[in-house]
Design a protein around this ligand. Structure first.
Ligand code: MRU
Length: 378
């Protein structure tokens, strides 16, 4: 049992007569607008451009950047100013809309293709990037022959909708996942699958938030998530903003805590889920999943249906991003290994479906065998 956590901000805000679990739609909406709105504005469409909180600076500096053209959106995705599969999808949709809005109109079709291919070349693993670009392409195709002003307007509206839908989807994931979280225990998570990784509320951390809204007494163990430190920098910061109790651990401590009996479940996000239920997520997730199974702790994946890639039979076909080895040999620019050290930096790994107890989506909870359950949801 964990020590009772300080009353979470979410629970304090429940007014007399308001219902919690089972009334997630209403309660989720109330909650979203009450939680520290400044923190949750991961990405917004504004007249000046696409505004994002700079996740490379957090938690030391709360700085917002404005991307004024699609190239700047692409740079922001590539350099991880914005990161996390759903947030990358929203950014891509807004990048496409911005590209069309700022196009000089000479040959809109050609410019549209350039915008889409530039954004698609930013990061390879999160399928939400390609899902969002496809969605915008489909709309653009359906508007063929319409006036340019109408095309621009419709694409901007669609990009804003992708963002709004993402928040609603995360609330639904939270509602579906909350009943799976054991009360009085700790949730272990890896990387950041929270508000910062989405348009708001989060997937894995959305499940945590929803469980707390239901009155569950839980806290969070956050893996630091070497080498980019999304757990230490982002997850801990985000949970602190909400008053949700979180303890930071190094990645190598996960096994120790999973064996301790205090962890009720693991909840992580995903970047791409194959038809057989194999899950690509931040590197280190696989090790956590194996350790969870070894210790009888259920390992849950929380992700929107847009993260499913049912065109891939298994996780073997998921492209794994290789990032600069300087992220491994250095921490905040300071070398931690001898000069000239050879290193590897795969940004993601694939957890085989046999380690995944359930995949929590906005449409419901998929259980093994995933070939059947995911196809029903997808
Ligand atoms: O490299 P990142 O920070 O984009 O990786 C993020 C993750 O691996 C997240 O766990 C995943 O995208 C799910 S976010 C809801």
């Amino acid at each position: 049992m964990v020590a009772p956590v300080a009353p979470a901000a979410a629970r304090r805000r429940r007014a007399p007569g308001e219902r919690g679990c089972g009334d997630g739609r209403v309660w989720g909406a109330i909650l979203f607008f009450n939680i520290s709105p400044a923190m949750l504005e991961t990405i917004q469409w504004t007249d000046a451009g696409v505004v994002m909180i700079d996740q490379t600076r957090l938690p030391f500096e709360e700085r917002y950047v404005t991307c004024r053209d699609y190239g700047e959106v692409a740079d922001a995705i590539r350099t991880m100013v914005i990161r996390g599969a759903p947030a990358i999808g929203v950014a891509a949709a807004m990048g496409v809309a911005l590209g069309v809005l700022r196009a000089d109109g000479g040959n809109l079709d050609r410019e549209f293709d350039t915008v889409c291919s530039t954004l698609a070349a930013t990061r390879p693993t999160a399928v939400n990037l390609f899902w969002a670009i496809e969605r915008m392409k489909k709309l653009y195709g359906s508007l063929r022959g319409r006036p340019a002003a109408e095309i621009r307007r419709r694409l901007v509206e669609e990009a804003k909708l992708v963002r709004e839908e993402d928040i609603a989807i995360n609330r639904a994931i939270g509602r579906n996942g909350a009943p799976l979280v054991p009360d009085g225990k700790t949730v272990l998570t890896h990387c950041n699958a929270g508000a910062l990784a989405t348009a708001g509320y989060g997937t894995a951390l959305g499940v945590v938030r929803a469980a707390i809204e239901c009155g569950k007494n839980i806290d969070v163990l956050a893996d630091e998530t070497r080498p980019f430190l999304q757990g230490a920098r982002l997850t801990v910061w985000e949970l602190q903003q909400d008053g949700i109790a979180a303890r930071l651990i190094t990645d190598s401590m996960a096994g120790h805590f999973l064996k301790s009996g205090q962890v009720g479940c693991v909840v992580v996000g995903a970047d791409r889920i194959a038809a057989n239920g194999d899950v690509a997520n931040k590197v280190g997730t696989y090790s956590v999943a194996v350790l969870a199974k070894e210790n009888g702790v259920p390992f849950f994946v929380a992700a929107p249906v847009s993260t499913l890639d049912l065109t891939l039979a298994s996780g073997d076909a998921i492209p794994i991003e290789q990032r600069p080895v300087s992220e491994v040999t250095h921490v905040f620019g300071v070398p931690i290994a001898p000069a000239g050290t050879a290193a590897e930096n795969p940004a993601f790994d694939v957890t085989p479906a046999r380690y995944v107890a359930a995949i929590i989506t906005e449409r419901g909870v998929a259980r093994p065998p995933y070939e059947e359950s995911l196809r029903k949801l997808g």
